[in-house]
Design a binder for this molecule. Structure first.
Ligand SMILES: [Zn+2]
Ligand SMILES: [Zn+2]
Length: 140
């Protein structure tokens, strides 16, 4: 039985705030190593190659923690699986209308400026964002 994948426990004397466990550090580095905006299931597949005993639940939980602490972006869209992005700089995405696959848009276009007299009852509108929709090469 190989034990070396499960070596030492996570750092014990980390400071305040969330503890960066080995699992979470691996999930973060795997996510930052790709530009594919993977789903949690895809990230699970990537991480499991290096940490075979990690569970899907652990991956899900850590992805949520990473998104809450703004270390990754969570891309949610009704009707599609959530996707994750290790690039936390503001950038724009195109999404395949068939399968939900996401890619970064280059070059970026300017986000729209809000109309001067914008009036939405019950809301103070703060910002607007450009999103692109398309068909990916697998869905053509
Ligand atoms: Zn597609
Ligand atoms: Zn992105």
């Amino acid at each position: 039985m190989s034990q070396n994948a499960q070596a030492e426990p996570a750092r014990t004397k980390s400071g305040q705030g969330t503890r960066m466990t080995r699992q979470r550090a691996l999930i973060l580095s795997e996510l930052k190593s790709v530009q594919s905006h993977p789903t949690a299931d895809e990230i699970y597949g990537m991480v499991r190659k290096k940490m075979p005993r990690i569970s899907l639940g652990t991956v899900y939980r850590n992805l949520d923690l990473l998104a809450e602490s703004s270390e990754v972006l969570k891309l949610e869209y009704a009707g599609f699986q959530k996707r994750f992005d290790g690039n936390t700089h503001a950038h724009q995405h195109v999404r395949c209308v068939h399968c939900g696959k996401v890619a970064d848009v280059m070059p970026e276009v300017d986000n729209p400026t809000l109309p001067e007299k914008m009036n939405v009852p019950g809301f103070t509108v703060l910002s607007a964002r450009v999103e692109f929709f398309g068909v990916c090469k697998d869905c053509v």
